[in-house]
Design a protein around this ligand. Sequence first.
Ligand code: UGA
Length: 430
Amino acid sequence: AYCVDTNKDRIELINKGIAPIYEPGLSELIERGKSTGLLKGTTDIIQALKKSEITFICVGTPSDKSGKIDLKYIKKVSEDIGNAIKEKNGYHVISVKSTVIPGTTDSQIIPIIERISKKKVGIDFGVCMTPEFLKEGNAVNDFFNPDKIVIGGFDKKSSDYMYRVFNAFWPDKYGSDVFLFCDLRTAEMIKYANNSFLAAKISFINEMANLSEIFGVDIKTVSKAMGMDKRISSQFLNAGLGFGGSCFPKDVQALYYAGMSAGYNSKILSATLEINKNQPIRPISTLKKVLNGLKGKVIAVLGLAFKPNTDDVRSAPSINIIKELLIEKAKIRAYDPVAIDNFKKESGIEEKSGVKYCSKMIDALKGSDAVIFVTEWEEFYKLNQDDFINNMNSPVIIDGRRIFDPEKFDGEKIIYRALGFSKSLDFVPN
Ligand code: UGA
């Protein structure tokens, strides 16, 4: 297999057997590919395509400022593929893995490849749309244990080809109902519907958490009970400081925008985004009340990555939280086990603006007036009451990811506030 990228540094790392991103289990796979000689990184797309039969398009599909999907990388790679298969003899299958708005493969990608290669889809080359459902931080495991494998095909020949390829990875799934065959547009829509549903599920439970705080209810128990209903399922029902990452925010926005451009205003998609915009900064008002204002206060922010087990900080709630704290003139001590460098690059927030980046969790706590837990890294679960009492100036904890047990934490020595949790019985229905 050839991994093609325009970024030379990334290719060099792959050829050294090193994963260019932090992803559990990925380095081992790349190392194995290197030592067996089965995996090669290259920047030469023409050669890579000549020596292969199938090409997966995996380029990014970011949003522009308005939320509209930006197809510049898709168009460029389609041109490159057109140029490559022009010079190639024999059938080649191109499979789109990038997330694209329904209609993109048949109305943009195929015409570009046909125009440049002067070859005909269905005759000289096949096309599939095979969306990806793996999660960052658990990508390798998800890849080998898929819930479903969706193959959208231009024609039966393309789909059959792809089925045989995927079958090599998941022989136990052969002939099973894990495979779903459909057309290109349906496959494109499945990806958006899947991500939008999960994002809406998170915004829904976050809204229930905010209501639970008003009613004096613990959302964790509510989520647990809801999750016991098989129709709902317990996954993606954890209330927190909102969803981030390179997929949910961008995909929900892109689908919303595509609907709007065709005259359809999706209320669910717009509410999903609206709730998610406000969710990360909810702890700020809580902190303001507890600390009597934030000016000059030292706040520890624990967890910068958009979720645990990744160094990805794209659209991470931590960015908005830290920006908001800086507006309030607080001083920040930020800690993350792997994402500090990416955070600095992505947010552009330097130390001189009032953020001290700490290499140890305890250093972030030392001398702080409050701590906000933004990402539920495993090491945070090991912190005990004494760690807060002995290191912090005032042990105020805002648990944005429900890491600790409120029963054990809220007491005389510690002020503990958690998302979706309140003991207040002030609310009286009328
Ligand atoms: C997501 C989807 O889960 C994958 O199926 C999909 O393939 C991927 O996008 C993609 O389109 O490429 P990912 O963004 O890597 O995967 O991570 P998730 O585990 O879905 O988490 C996304 C965000 O939701 C995180 O910020 C996480 O903290 C948040 N989340 C997740 C919650 O707030 N509560 C939950 O219960 C679950």
